[in-house]
Design a protein around this ligand. Sequence first.
Ligand SMILES: Cc1ncc(COP(=O)(O)O)c(C=O)c1O
Length: 459
Amino acid sequence: MAPRTMPVEPYRIKVVEAIHKTTRRERESILRRAGYNVFNILAEKVTIDLLTDSGTSAMSDNQWAGMMVGDESYAGARSFYTMERSVRNIFGFKHVIPTHQGRAAERVLFGTILKKGDFVPNNIHFDTTRGNIEFIGAEAVDLAGRAAYDCRSILPFKGDMDTGKLEEFIRDKGRNKIPLVMLTITNNSGGGQPVSLANIRRVSRICRAHKIPFFFDACRFAENAYFIKHREKGYSRKSALAIARKVFSYADGATMSAKKDALVNIGGFITLNDDALAERLKNLLIISEGFPTYGGLAGRDLEAIARGLEEVLDEDYLEHRIRQVAYLGDLLDEAGVPIFKPVGGHAVYLLADEFLPHIPRHRYPGWALTVALYRESGVRAVEIGGVMFGRKGEDGKERFPELELVRLAIPRRLYTVSHLNYVAEALAHLYKNRNKVRGMKIVHQAPQLRHFTVRMKEV
Ligand SMILES: Cc1ncc(COP(=O)(O)O)c(C=O)c1O
């Protein structure tokens, strides 16, 4: 467990943004109008917004300065080459293909190499990777080890893939049905847990033996590198940059949502070595995202990504970042609030089944918790459970994911210790009064990624 004292913020505040407070009564009517879906709440009606760490980072003065010198040319913009250099310096792959965000990178990659009936193994797919794979009619397969679903035991690398299962899966389906294998670092849908270099090496060996391309979903690669440095034998003296380079040296490419560990508000990319595949990706990119030297982004966004990728590997930044998240986890743990342990890299995950044991899975305890937390305190969190990942089985009955979580994602460089104290106090209070929280019923839902637009009712 991380020490309660926090390292001093390795930055000071140059610009501030007002937070507007709301009353409980206001929040009650806001929830009603939002169909009890916190995605439908106006951001200005949120006191502390822990919905996501994606695209919510505070950019540095250096990044803002970079935006002023962004080259907005359609083709051959200087900013693209700056960004390309920065990505290559860390990831080490030959081609860098910008996209407007991570899911666009996924769509372009999967849209090019997947067909109906294919399979894509991963430790645990994030909802957009799963959505993009399923949209094509392929299957997203989660092969994380058992530890990924064990919320209690303190293990260093719960994001690891079960490589025995991977080998069995490849034998069973045949390599022709598996156009790529992915690893998500850190494993967002499994508690933000890191993946070890030892596991990465094993997955890489298996993929190479079967000639299957191996890609990272690399949104939080710097946070993953921090965990390797501090938890895996032999890396404590290596820099985060050296570790990241080593990680990527085992793969054939990566998709990246720059909205996380590139410390920007928008952007993404695909990076890979395969010349022929890169050409095919660029063809699809031109139709849907843009010319390959901007890929749906402005030149200024490319500049901000280039600088963000350098800043995120700063060791003081990373130490503060990881310890800030652990600090919130420690406060909640001390208050008896059930959380996923150990705390991951970008978020604290509440165990909704244990928090609200009186609410059965088909009444969506995780969702109910996000509603109750907003009503209580104006804090916005996100359900990563039955609404996000629930699926109808062939018998028409709903199948629920193994874990019913609520994620408190901490935006990078945005909130201070007192903000986190407020969140911890609100949750401790809610936990004491948990019997009053009611379950939920779905009133309206979309066929894909239903959590974004679903409308609910309390029952
Ligand atoms: C692991 C993972 N992959 C992919 C994505 C998709 O990225 P974006 O939101 O930029 O489309 C996310 C976003 O949260 C993510 O956490």
